[in-house]
Design a protein around this ligand. Structure first.
Ligand code: ATP
Length: 236
């Protein structure tokens, strides 16, 4: 059965001040999929996620989510429609405890995961609860906390920006397992990744972005047979 398209991005253009960064990005994500955006540094992957949230200076085109247009909505309204963004820099407050960080999201609505369920998904975080505030979390724990925090919001579509950046291979595997678990729980995930092998294992489909446009697309099963082209596109 063909799953319903939950996000449809068409002719998306975006600017930071005078700088025109996205030049007509087109792609779609179906309900329950994990989709990755691949591309070299500066290709426009992060800007695509930020544009969906409304976190760029100006954007035009169409972003349809759950059959409703988002292009003119401010970030808080986008969040209320059920999309959450986990930025590359994670945004964890070091002076707060794990639990205080989980209590922070301003948009908490029906469907937001209760804190005990977040600890079930990320058992490492629960162990950290015993620590006092100001506990220094490892990079992997910060990433888990950052993802845990957006699950509080009740979002159905999760935008994850380079969740594996700077993490040791064993932690990357744990993050991968968590994303799979989220997919089983019914979440939809749109992922930006430099770690091509992580993305290749995890995502159902991939889009390649270059100079602010989608230049190619791959199904999970295309990856092996088209590895040569992909290496060239990504410069890996
Ligand atoms: P990276 O992995 O390096 O973040 P990316 O594909 O995510 O790569 P973007 O961060 O989306 O790329 O950047 C796309 C372009 O927009 C780059 O040329 C970048 O220099 C520019 N850019 C990004 N953020 C800003 C900003 N706040 N102001 C001006 N230009 C920006």
């Amino acid at each position: 059965s063909v799953r319903k398209t939950i996000l449809e991005v068409s002719d998306l253009n975006a600017w930071y001040g005078e700088s025109h960064v996205l030049h007509g990005v087109d792609f779609e994500v179906r309900e329950g999929e994990v989709v990755s955006l691949l591309g070299r540094n500066g290709a426009g992957k992060t800007t695509t996620l930020r544009s969906i949230m409304g976190l760029v200076g100006r954007r035009t085109g169409s972003i349809r989510f759950d059959d409703q247009e988002l292009i003119d909505l401010k970030p808080d309204k986008v969040a209320r429609r059920g999309i959450a963004y986990c930025p590359e820099e994670r945004g964890i407050f070091a002076s707060l405890t794990v639990e205080e960080n989980l209590l922070l999201p301003p948009v908490v609505q029906k469907g937001g995961l209760p804190i005990p369920e977040i600890y079930e998904l990320f058992p490492n975080l629960k162990e950290r609860l015993l620590g006092a505030s100001g506990t220094r979390l490892s990079g992997g724990e910060q990433q888990m906390l950052a993802i845990g925090r957006i699950l509080r919001t009740g979002a159905k579509l999760l935008l994850l920006d380079e969740p594996t950046e700077g993490l040791a291979p064993v932690i990357v595997q744990q993050i991968g397992a968590s994303v799979r678990r989220l997919q089983e729980l019914g979440f939809t995930v749109l992922l930006v990744e430099q770690n091509f092998h992580f993305a290749a294992r995890l995502a159902d489909r991939h889009y390649v972005i270059e100079h602010g446009r989608v230049v190619d697309r791959y199904q999970r099963d295309d990856i092996k047979t088209r590895m040569g082209e992909l290496n060239e596109l990504l410069g890996v």
